[in-house]
Design a protein around this ligand. Structure first.
Ligand SMILES: C[S@@+](CC[C@H](N)C(=O)[O-])C[C@H]1O[C@@H](n2cnc3c(N)ncnc32)[C@H](O)[C@@H]1O
Length: 217
């Protein structure tokens, strides 16, 4: 699976993709990442990619460089692949939706990261298959919302997490009935004035399982 990201700021993904679980997964080639600098697709002599929106005070991304970059990727992969656009105002991301996207996006896909206020709507009409919101608040960075989506997505790829059970039994998983996980404890048995619940020290598997179910929220 190759993830193609079109952005004005490819460098903003560096720190995120160069640490922890996601970095390891990339090093093991569990997925590939290709970043495309949008300005390289501009015909403007100063490599500008934006223009003033009609009847607004804001700059938006012009359609031509975006279209050129998307078509360029379609050409190098020899086919049309799904295109994602992140936006506060569309389909709210939940764990169930992440699972759905993981089932649908089995092959390469593109994420468009815009800049300024928005992108020309015709790009959305013509190319975009999935419009994803990471929840009801507004960020100033497309790259951050794309990284949030990708983090929740990439952990579903087999072998990304060393313990597949943690994925199956995470908060909001199907197995936990889409509820929040139960409280978790480790040694020491007593920390300050708080003790690990007796049931977890009992060794009684049946009762511990019941306790876990009863402590979902
Ligand atoms: C300043 S926001 C643009 C807000 C836009 N004018 C609106 O009212 O919906 C810049 C970009 O960051 C991304 N973004 C911000 N908040 C987001 C969210 N909650 N979910 C997904 N993407 C978000 C989107 O790509 C958005 O277009």
């Amino acid at each position: 699976m190759k993830i193609h990201i079109i952005t004005i700021f490819p460098e903003s993904f560096n720190s995120y993709f160069s640490s922890s679980i996601i970095w390891k997964a990339k090093e093991k080639w569990l997925f590939e990442l290709e970043l495309y600098k949008l300005n390289n697709f501009s015909d403007d002599k100063f490599k500008r990619v934006d223009s003033k929106a009609y009847w607004m005070h804001w700059q938006v991304l012009s359609p031509e460089p975006l279209s050129k970059s998307i078509e360029y990727i379609f050409n190098i992969v020899w086919k049309k692949i799904p295109v994602i656009y992140m936006s506060p105002s569309w389909d709210l991301l939940t764990q169930k939706k992440v699972e759905m996207y993981y089932e649908k996006l089995v092959d390469d896909f593109i994420i468009i990261c815009g800049h300024y206020e928005w992108i020309d709507e015709r790009i959305i009409d013509i190319y975009v298959d999935y419009k994803i919101s990471i929840w009801e608040y507004v960020l100033s960075s497309w790259e951050l919302s794309a990284s949030v989506f990708l983090d929740s997505f990439i952990r579903h790829i087999p072998w990304v997490l060393w313990n597949i059970k943690s994925l199956e039994e995470d908060s909001f998983s199907h197995k936990l009935n889409r509820q929040k996980e139960y409280p978790i404890y480790t040694r020491p048995e007593i920390f300050m004035w708080k003790k690990v619940p007796n049931i977890l020290l009992s060794g009684n598997h049946k009762k511990i399982k019941e306790w876990k179910i009863n402590n979902l929220s």
